[in-house]
Design a protein around this ligand. Structure first.
Ligand code: MG
Length: 362
């Protein structure tokens, strides 16, 4: 029986984790559930799963030790920068940490890895691309490889011209073709920022230098990523796009349990691979450059991005202005060492302040 502490239980990943647990009641149970602000959703899950602890995020301060005390796996599924403090608490408790929260590695990767090395905590990817890489590496972080190749759906705007991109609204973006996700990550998928973040995550998870990580657009979202080896072989992981697979595998690997229907290649028929269009989607390059520069710059970028995406969702700025806002923050705020939670949190605040000043002039 795997005891799971689920942080972010009422969001998209949280609800899909509940489906995995519901489907395999003899394999998994929840030891703790934390919801952001959805009290009714939390109460319903508490009735169904009877965890030892069920809390709203605002009641968690000072109780991190309790949250992770009885779990085998801490699944961090809460969105945004708020996830980092939970990740650090779980890592400091020496737990296996299943990470669906990107910001933990994007903003705090250097810090999280240093703490994990100290406590022996293991970081397991929940993101579909990094799960695919993990599978292609035979679940070993010491498997030698030549290149990690991330696939991207391309998002809803990949086929838009530059002129069309300038006119796209949040509503246009939220009609995302393949994956069922929250609003923030859907916009990050449309700007390709999400793929830039995944390059940073892959760098931290697999110790890959940035020049050995690439990305390719694959609209069908059947190939979830590939690893190229020294001899020119590429190993890919294929499955229908469904987050329940990487969630479940993060809890059980290297063991595999039933999850998805068989992939019918004769029904899929064709798989396409296209270049990233980096010049028209500058968020991807901004993220990779911030990752290469390291220190607190990825946290600055992310803080600015959270403000910019909220402004885009509210109709206050255009689609191209998301990237312009983030670029401005990176140019204005100097890099510092990301050697403490406070340093990373300060960079997050500085990124948000820069974006607010760029967008609203305040
Ligand atoms: Mg992903």
């Amino acid at each position: 029986m795997v005891n799971v502490a689920l942080i972010g239980c009422t969001g998209s990943i949280g609800r899909q984790t509940a489906e995995v647990v519901r489907r395999h009641p003899t394999e998994f149970r929840f030891s703790a559930l934390v919801a952001g602000s959805d009290g009714a959703g939390l109460a319903a899950m508490q009735r169904e799963f009877s965890p030892a602890l069920a809390l709203l995020a605002r009641d968690c301060a000072g109780r991190e030790g309790e949250l992770f005390a009885d779990c085998d796996v801490a699944l961090i599924a809460t969105g945004g920068f708020a996830g980092l403090s939970y990740t650090l608490a779980a890592v400091r408790a020496g737990k296996k940490v299943a990470l669906a929260n990107k910001e933990s590695l994007v903003c705090g990767g250097e810090l999280v890895l240093r703490e994990a090395a100290r406590t022996g905590a293991e970081i397991v990817p929940v993101d579909s691309e990094h799960s695919a890489l993990f599978q292609a590496l035979s679940f070993r972080r010491d498997t030698p490889f030549k290149t990690l190749i991330l696939t991207a759906s391309g998002g809803p705007f990949y086929h838009c011209s530059r002129e069309e991109l300038a006119r796209m609204t949040a509503q246009d973006a939220l009609k995302h073709p393949t994956w069922n996700m929250g609003a923030k990550i859907t916009i990050d998928s449309a700007t390709l920022l999400n793929k830039g973040y995944e390059v940073i995550e892959a760098h931290h998870l697999y110790g890959a230098p940035y020049e050995r990580i690439s990305a390719v657009v694959h609209p069908e979202s059947i190939v979830h990523s590939l690893v190229e080896f020294e001899d020119g072989t590429q190993m890919a992981q294929l499955a229908y796009p469904d987050m329940r697979l990487p969630i479940q595998l993060a809890l059980t690997y290297p063991r595999r349990l039933p999850c998805l229907p068989s992939l019918r290649l004769t029904e899929v028929r064709a798989l396409h691979f296209l270049p990233m269009r980096e010049a028209d989607f500058p968020c991807f390059t901004l993220a990779v450059e911030a990752g290469r520069a390291g220190g607190t710059l990825p946290a600055v970028l992310n803080g600015a991005g959270e403000v910019a995406v909220q402004a885009f969702l509210a109709g206050s700025i255009s689609f191209p202005a998301i990237a312009e806002t983030m670029k401005d923050a990176l140019e204005r705020i100097p890099r510092a060492a990301a050697d403490s939670f406070e340093a990373v949190a300060e960079a997050d605040r500085a990124g948000r302040a820069a974006a607010n000043s760029y967008i609203y002039g305040k």
